[in-house]
Design a protein around this ligand. Structure first.
Ligand code: CP3
Length: 335
């Protein structure tokens, strides 16, 4: 189990799971999408549990990730959320009164997560982990400011550091903590924060204006006894900035730099997760094997390694390639 590895215990192979391992690249998921919308699937515990387990059963991955979305809490804050298929959030927040109207949901409002988790845990073999997740405060705030699918994050860059930005970050952080709490209450022990847009603002500004909020969310998860994985996308400056987070058990690194480079930037040895380029899973087997070998090579001197992609599985990925990659990773990662 990943939680055992993080407690310093030995595992017989490098654990492997993939971000966005459930979803539209899988025929079973597409068949369900003909009957239900994405939001219906997330909020109906039996459906969410079934989708969560699909890739684990099909590919033998070592962890399940609860089927949900980082933006569902935004709806609970009082905004409208739709997917078409990218997220659309209305109304836009342009002034302080817009922020003041937002509410902070109670963990009980995410009761569907508790039921979905219970359903997954009933079926999941005990050597596999169930991972819960939330968006990091900046990434959720970015989607709210942009009104959804981000086109360049011009609003985020314009607003960052302003009074509205801090007021919004504060409410989003509290909401993210409630969303995390609902999952901790459901028996989740491993929790990932997605900070996909960490690199969208200047690294110095991240350190000064954003890190305190990210830290607050991480601290809340740690105080609930969770093991914390922090995923981010960004360059060297961002890597250095986020590595100052305290209490993070695993940094999940995108594919713009190697795992060894990340440790090089920060001058420390971490447990790292990553970081195969998801685009490689759409290519031929030779390219997939070479990519996987390179990730293992780069992971050699790390404190610990969880195999993953550098970002989510792409929709155009053939399922056979995922099956091939997981088998190859499991063999190559034998200890
Ligand atoms: O990893 C998993 O399998 C668990 C489920 C999961 C989803 N979203 C399901 C989903 C997870 C962990 C996420 C995280 C998420 N959601 C992130 C962070 C990771 C990343 O990709 O950067 C972000 C930024 C979002 C917000 C979001 N949700 C976007 C931008 C989109 C649209 C783009 C897209 O790929 O469709 C979604 C929709 C979404 N979230 C889908 C799924 C399966 C597709 C919905 C559909 O079937 O139409």
């Amino acid at each position: 189990m990943i939680v055992d590895l993080l407690d310093g215990k030995k595992t017989d192979h490098t654990p492997v799971w993939f971000m966005r391992q459930a979803g539209r690249y899988m025929a079973e998921y597409r068949a369900m999408k003909e009957k239900y919308t994405f939001i219906q699937m997330c909020k109906t515990p039996e459906l969410a549990a079934r989708v969560t387990l699909q890739p684990v059963k099909r590919f033998g991955l070592d962890a399940a990730i609860l089927f949900s979305d980082i933006l569902l809490p935004v709806e609970a804050m009082g905004l409208n959320l739709n997917y078409s298929p990218g997220p659309v959030i209305t109304p836009r927040i342009t002034d302080k009164s817009g922020v003041e109207r937002l509410r902070i949901p109670a963990p009980e409002e995410f009761g569907y997560l508790r039921k979905a988790s219970a359903g997954v845990l009933e079926e999941l073999p005990e050597e596999k982990d169930l991972i819960g997740f939330a968006g990091a405060p900046l990434t959720v705030t970015a989607y709210i400011l942009e009104g959804g699918a981000a086109a360049g994050f011009s609003m985020l860059q314009k607003t960052a550091g302003s009074e509205i930005f801090f007021a919004l970050m504060d409410k989003v952080t509290q909401t993210v903590i409630q969303y995390m709490t609902a999952q901790a209450d459901a028996g989740i022990r491993l929790f990932q924060f997605f900070d996909t847009w960490a690199g969208a603002i200047d690294a110095g500004q991240y350190s000064r204006d954003v890190l305190p909020y990210t830290q607050k969310a991480v601290d809340a998860a740690k105080s609930r006894g969770l093991k914390v994985i922090y995923f981010f996308k960004g360059g060297e400056g961002t890597a250095r900035a986020v590595s100052a987070l305290k209490g993070v058990d695993v940094f999940s690194v995108d594919f713009s730099h190697s795992l060894a480079e990340f440790d090089g930037f920060t001058g420390k040895r971490h447990v790292l997760q990553g970081n195969l380029d998801p685009g490689l899973l759409t290519k031929d087997r030779d390219s997939i094997m070479k990519g996987i070998d390179a990730v293992f090579k780069s992971a050699k001197g790390l404190k610990g390694h969880i195999f993953n992609l550098g970002h989510g599985v792409l929709q155009t990925t053939p399922e056979a390639n995922v099956a091939f990659a997981v088998d190859y990773i499991k063999k190559a990662g034998q200890k």
